[in-house]
Design a binder for this molecule. Structure first.
Ligand code: ADE
Ligand code: ZN
Length: 315
């Protein structure tokens, strides 16, 4: 049984689906972008540009419902029991779908997918780092204004090189004061020295990626002591050049140091991966026969959903 705690809803869309939505919505997508599989990008900045272009094909709540349903049914039929989607309120500014309508679309899709496959899902509203701290406050306010049972967390995505994590303290304070749990991308592209300050400044319950902690014994030891889970995305790390190949990935060192590990697909439409594949890679990298069950148990404990859902997942 698999759990995916780190997946961007927009990142689940396969090129064929983007093509369909773009045609339906009359949105032009550059020729090179739709190069399948996984779109035409070559480094992290160009990845983020293509990411926005792909997102621009989504124009309606119906599109969001379709994309959510497609992903949940695909992974739900292949052994995934729980997913936490990251969804970005700033997107509404661009295409005019309110965040409440985005959440309602995810809800409809999630109800239908649960009926078909039993899969559960929740949502993390995310601020985008390169849009800056004020936009993040805006995102937090939008998120807390439209609480829905599936909205359980607040997160920070995007380019780690833009702004210090501490600049986003006010946005996270707003979200956390309303009971949302917190996660942020850190220690993906920047080094281990950025991880503990992000946890401290933003009150993080989990860290998105955090794998560069492995470059510092002290940071790994602190993470293990704090018990703050990492959302490790193996295929993404290789695709985006965080490490050169799976043999070079530090997941085994992180496990050895006692860090709490969970797995994510990040952007499965871009990286041609699935939760099953991420678990398979982790099993190959870590020599512990119980690693699959251990990761799933850790992920359920680290999930932002309520205790009733956790009990159902564990039962
Ligand atoms: N948004 C989508 N995928 C991302 C990643 N891997 N890192 C930061 N922001 C992202
Ligand atoms: Zn991510």
């Amino acid at each position: 049984m698999y759990v995916d705690l780190h997946v961007h809803l927009r990142g689940t869309i396969a090129p064929a689906t983007v093509n369909r939505l773009a045609r339906r919505n009359g949105v032009a997508i550059r020729e090179g972008t739709l190069r399948a599989p996984g779109y035409g990008w070559h480094d992290f900045p160009s990845f983020l540009r293509v990411y926005d272009e792909v997102a621009a094909a989504i124009r309606t709540a119906r599109d969001i419902e379709e994309v959510t349903y497609e992903h949940l049914v695909r992974v739900g039929c292949a052994g995934t029991a729980y997913v936490e989607f990251m969804l970005s309120p700033p997107h509404e500014r661009r295409v005019g779908i309110s965040f409440a309508d985005q959440l309602a679309a995810v809800d409809r899709a999630a109800d239908r997918a649960r009926e078909l496959t039993g899969i559960e899902c929740c949502v993390i509203a995310t601020a985008v780092r390169q849009l800056g701290p004020d936009a993040a406050i805006d995102s937090a306010q939008i998120a807390i204004a439209c609480r829905s049972p599936r909205l359980v967390g607040f997160g920070l995505t995007g380019n780690e090189r833009m702004h210090d994590a501490a600049d986003f303290r006010p946005a996270f304070a707003i979200a956390r004061s309303e009971g949302l749990k917190a996660t942020a991308h850190a220690g993906e592209h920047l080094g281990p020295e950025t991880i503990l300050p992000a946890i401290e400044a933003l009150g993080l319950d989990r860290v998105g990626h955090g794998v560069r902690a492995a470059e510092s014994q002290a940071v790994m030891a602190a993470l293990a002591r704090l018990g703050v889970p990492l959302e490790v995305c193996l295929t993404s790390n290789i695709a985006l050049g965080v490490c050169s190949d799976i043999g070079e990935h530090p997941i085994a060192a992180l496990a050895e140091a006692g860090c709490v590990l969970t797995l994510g697909t990040d952007d499965p439409g871009f990286f041609s991966t699935t939760p099953a594949r991420e678990y398979e890679l982790a099993k190959r990298a870590i020599s512990d026969p119980n690693i699959e069950a251990r990761i799933t148990r850790a992920a359920i404990a680290a999930a932002f959903c309520d205790e009733t859902t956790k009990a159902r997942l564990l039962g």
